[in-house]
Structures are given as C-alpha cells and as structure tokens.
Write a protein of this length. Structure first.
Length: 260
C-alpha cells in the first residue's frame, strides 16, 4: 500500500490467523525474541527458499500495520455511523512469544481479535515473515499480506460489534475475510494500492487456507478429527479467496446486509 503509516504507541487484539507459512525463513539480528525457522512451500514455488528476516523488516511491517489500522478505523467508523451504529475501535497490540489476554493465552505465530477486551493482538515477527514470504514468491514487497491480517481481524471486530457472532467458526471467519476484501476495495478506490497489492492479498488468503486433514485409517478417529478441525475452520484456500473476492467486488454490504 502507498499510505505511510505513523509510528504507533499502542496496538491491539486481532481475532484469527493466517496460519500457513509459504516458504522458509531463518536466522536474524532480532534480539528481543529469536526468530524461529519456518519451512513450508509457497504455492507454485517448489523447493523451500531460505529468507532472512531483520529487525528493520519487522519495524517497517509494524509501521504499515499502524497505518492500516488507522485507515480501517476511519472506514468502519464512517460506515457504521451511516447505519446509526457506533464503531468502538479495538486496541492493536503486537507481541512476541506468547501473551496473556482476556481471551486466554495467545500462542506464537498468530493473530487474533479478543472480543472481551476489544483488542487485536498479533505476533509481529510472524506478520512480518508472512509479508516477506509473499514478497519473495511474487517479486513484490508483500506488504498487503500483512495488511490483510490486520484487516481480517478488524473484520471480526466490525461483525461482532454488530452482533454477528456464530458458534460456527467458518461463518465468523468467512465474514472477516469478506470484510477484509471490502477494505481493500475502499483502499483501491482511494488510490492507496500499489501494483501487485491485490495479487498479494489473494496470495495471503491462499496461504492461510485450512490444511486438508489426513486420515488415520480408523473411520471413527477420522470423524472425530474432522469435527475438531471444523470447530476452528477458517475455510480452504479456495473458500478464503472467494470470500475475500466477495467483499472486494461488492463492498461491505456483500458481507453483512446492514452495511452501506
């Protein structure tokens, strides 16, 4: 994104994660917390590629997270005001390692929105690594992947504050993906996107798709595992990309009927 984000003093809780790494990342000059090595294969890339994440990479990523946060708060405050609702902006809080929240312990390599504390939390090393992985795969800066993580979590805040909270994990996650697409649509209209940003956003959605569950050979065990995975389902890569596309093409009203 073109927008230059101000340095932040306080960030907050985010509710759902881009889970899958798409290349490998290792080593760094980070001192606050060591960077773990991540080994995975980016879609269409082939053998894992070793990438080095620096403290500067994380700093720049966090500045962009703060900018995205400001743009998201502006957009959703305006849109909810149009329907007679008030958007209470969540805090945005970066962490490393693990962090205790009002919704429990947030594990490393994650991002989540905590409704109880109205806060978005994100592991800043994880978020920066996702952008770097995408950049290496696409030949871009990859920043829209990191922005998408913040936009997804903000989508949870919007939906939940409007009363859309389902016991079905996929329903919650598909709405948040759609609202992330709606934000990208607005950023595009505002001229804030760079060449490659849309491609990066779809790459991020694909990388965060639920893995295909394996089988144990025991039908009862397989059924139990499937039910367990369904409780935390975010959607397959195809579903996540389609849900994002719905918001990108139709705006917020395509995600939640009451939105303008």
């Amino acid at each position: 994104m073109k927008r230059r984000f101000p340095r932040f003093t306080r960030l907050g809780l985010i509710a759902a994660a881009a889970a899958a790494s798409s290349a490998s990342l290792t080593g760094s000059s980070l001192q606050a917390a060591p960077l773990a090595s991540h080994f995975a294969v980016a879609p269409g890339v082939g053998a894992p590629t070793m990438l080095r994440l620096t403290e500067r990479d994380v700093t720049v990523s966090n500045q962009k997270a703060a900018a995205a946060y400001n743009a998201l708060v502006t957009m959703w405050s305006r849109d909810l005001k149009q329907i007679g609702a008030r958007f209470v902006a969540p805090d945005l809080v970066p962490y490393r390692g693990a962090v205790r929240t009002r919704c429990g312990i947030m594990a490393p390599s994650n991002a989540s929105y905590c409704y109880n504390g109205n806060t978005i939390y994100f592991d800043d090393i994880f978020r920066a690594s996702q952008a770097k992985i995408a950049g290496a795969a696409l030949g871009t800066d990859g920043d829209m992947v990191g922005v998408g993580i913040i936009a997804h979590e903000m989508g949870h805040a919007v939906a939940m504050q409007l009363g859309h909270i389902s016991r079905n994990s996929y329903e919650n996650e598909s709405t948040a993906d759609c609202l992330a697409g709606a934000f990208t649509r607005q950023a595009q209209k505002d001229g804030e996107l760079e060449k490659g940003d849309i491609e990066e956003a779809f790459f991020g959605m694909a990388a965060a798709g639920d893995p295909t569950p394996g089988t144990t050979g025991d039908p009862r065990m397989d059924a139990r595992l499937s039910r367990r995975l369904a409780r935390g389902a975010h959607g397959t890569r195809e579903q996540r990309q389609q849900n994002f596309r719905t918001g990108l093409e139709g705006g917020g009203k395509a995600c939640l009927a009451e939105l303008p």
